[in-house]
Design a protein around this ligand. Structure first.
Ligand code: ADA
Length: 568
């Protein structure tokens, strides 16, 4: 996995990113013609990448085949894919090893008895959309296809460590922590093996014991709780991280953890017992020249810009972001909202009632909580975005997703981004209520905001939700970079966007029951041709910066206001 640090010292990792042979398959004939044994033809492409950035393939939706030859010492291999868009099927030496659905979460396949020498890995990525797709056709980002994040082959030896979740609870005074590990172990050998297993946090051992597993046995081990005193908290101003090392005699898994407490109390949000106002932006992990195959160097640049604006949080709208990006947030002390790509305006009632579709969302939540569990920066799990909550079936969807996130998501707040503010029974499940509202852009005018804020304040009292802090999770306006005019005349001008954001931020900041804002959006993004609503240039132009990260007038206004609100 591409991280800010090495996840393994003992384990041998073969990085498979780089040159792959590639061949488009618009008629999906590849499997019938044996391409899983190796491509008959093709060009060299560099992975990670999306084919839509290649000349002539901008709007291609369909199958694309990738082939990579690599040499290994053999034994048991764990094939790790950080993101393939969107349906992927994987073969090794012509033998199918597995398939996966979902564009934004990693997946892994374990294969045993591999000979030492050269092998052929083949992947079919399929970006087609149908009635059971997740998200659906109508979605406000571009439907890219390809191997969008990195690929690795791990050589597993003996008793191996697949995941290690550090479960903890801070003391009331936040000076000590009670902690245990939840390890997923796997015996990569055909024969029964025993090994010592240890877990250390920093230099402190929290577990050491022997374990015996049958051949190819997989087992979850929950270690006993121990208490560590005099810990250094993870906070936005002091993001202290601890290195966690889990090891057996033949394998290891290294991660980072930060101890922090996030909670809601009496309508406020508390980080480490201190009230915090969330000053944020919505950000897509997208760039017109890389699509969703977003390079780590640009992630740093985006974070620097977001910090320059005075933000303390980012919403990863609308899908799990690259782990290395979340590592960067852990290191910088930036708070993060992570969610699955349930872009609700595209899900009609038929889709929301389709068990396969709802199950796909639950699987994505399971993958998200499994692979992002230890990141201290993630303080919010988003169940979904703008699903049509007046449909009765959405309550059950929210209940299902909320149950999973509560049981398996660690110390985080749970919410969903709502665009039916006064008709949303799913808010019952939320720790914080989050509203997507666009007065002044999709209808209405700035003066409508004041009445909305007053009415919603009454609504939460009527529903008995006064203890739930409210966040404005989306609001904004489009602006064409370089297009200037006076505010009260011209939509699409930078000044119109700037003044709308100023009006909103000042109103929300002074509203007692509101505890945060996520502006829509950090920068312009390429969007889908299916978006038939005012997407000039086929871009969503509501960025505070343009798609090349050049600032619009709004950038400087947001920077002025967010720094004033935080006093930093
Ligand atoms: C919705 C949606 C965003 C974006 C926004 C817009 O709130 O959640 O992804 O599409 O509207 O720009 O209209």
């Amino acid at each position: 996995m591409k991280r800010l640090f090495n996840e393994h010292i003992k384990r041998n990792i073969i990085e498979l990113s780089g040159a792959w042979r590639f061949l488009l398959d618009p008629d999906n004939i590849g499997e019938d013609n044996g391409w899983q044994n190796g491509l008959p033809d093709g060009e060299t492409v560099i992975v990670p990448s999306v084919w839509n950035n290649e000349l002539g393939h901008l709007n291609y939706e369909g199958c694309g085949w990738y082939e990579k030859k690599f040499i290994t010492n053999g034994g048991t291999l764990l094939l790790q894919f950080e993101s393939v868009m969107t349906t992927s099927t994987v073969w090794l030496d012509g033998k199918k090893v597995g398939a996966h659905y979902g564009a934004f979460t990693q997946f892994e396949f374990i294969v045993n008895d591999i000979n030492c020498g050269e092998h052929t890995l083949v992947v079919r990525a399929d970006s087609r959309i149908d009635k059971k797709s997740f998200p659906q056709r109508y979605t406000d980002w571009f439907n890219y296809g390809g191997i969008a994040r990195d690929v690795y082959a791990h050589e597993l030896k003996g008793i191996s460590i697949l995941t290690n979740h550090i479960v903890y609870e801070l003391s009331t005074d936040l000076k000590s922590v009670t902690v245990n590990a939840e390890l997923e172990l796997y015996n990569a050998d055909a024969s029964t093996l025993s090994s010592p297993v240890s877990v250390k946090i920093g230099e402190i051992s929290i577990y050491s014991d022997d374990i015996t597993l049958d051949g190819y046995e997989r087992k979850t081990v929950k270690t006993p709780s121990v208490t560590i005193s005099d810990i250094d908290l993870w906070d936005t101003d002091a993001p202290n991280l601890y290195t966690v090392t889990a090891a057996t005699d033949t394998d290891d898994l290294i991660d980072k953890i930060g101890f922090r407490k996030i909670e809601v109390k009496n309508g406020d949000i508390l980080l480490n017992n201190k009230s915090i106002e969330l000053l944020g932006v919505n950000r897509h992990e997208e760039h017109p020249d890389w699509g969703f195959a977003f390079p780590a160097k640009l992630m740093k640049k985006d974070i620097d810009l977001i910090c320059d604006m005075g933000c303390n949080t980012i919403r990863g709208s609308h899908y799990p972001n690259s782990k290395i990006f979340v590592d960067m947030l852990d290191e910088k002390g930036i708070l993060f909202w992570s969610e699955i790509p349930m872009w609700g305006c595209g899900f009609g009632e038929e889709a929301l009632k389709d068990e396969d579709v709802v199950a796909r969302g639950l699987e994505m939540h399971k993958e998200m909580t499994k692979f992002y569990y230890n990141h201290p920066s993630i303080i919010i799990w988003g169940m979904h975005n703008e699903i049509c909550t007046p449909y009765p079936c959405t309550y059950e969807i929210s209940k299902q997703y909320n149950d999973h996130l509560r049981k398996n998501g660690g110390n985080r707040l749970i919410t969903h981004a709502a665009n039916h503010s006064f008709q949303d029974s799913s808010m019952e499940f939320d720790d914080i209520i989050c509203l997507n509202v666009y007065y002044g852009w999709y209808g209405g005018s700035l003066s409508d905001w004041d009445k909305f804020v007053a009415d919603f304040g009454e609504h939460i009292k009527k529903e008995g939700w006064e203890n739930k802090p409210v966040i404005m999770s989306e609001f904004g306006a489009g602006a064409l970079a370089g297009f200037h005019a006076h505010f009260d005349t011209v939509r699409w001008s930078e000044e119109y966007q700037r003044d709308l954001l100023e009006y909103c931020l000042e109103l929300f900041h002074k509203t007692d029951y509101m505890r945060g804002t996520y502006i829509w959006q950090f920068c312009n993004i390429r969007t889908s041709p299916s978006m038939d609503i005012n997407r000039v240039r086929y871009f969503n132009n509501k960025g505070i910066l343009d798609e090349y990260r050049n600032p619009k007038a709004s950038y400087f206004k947001v920077k002025e206001l967010y720094h004033r609100y935080s006093g930093k």
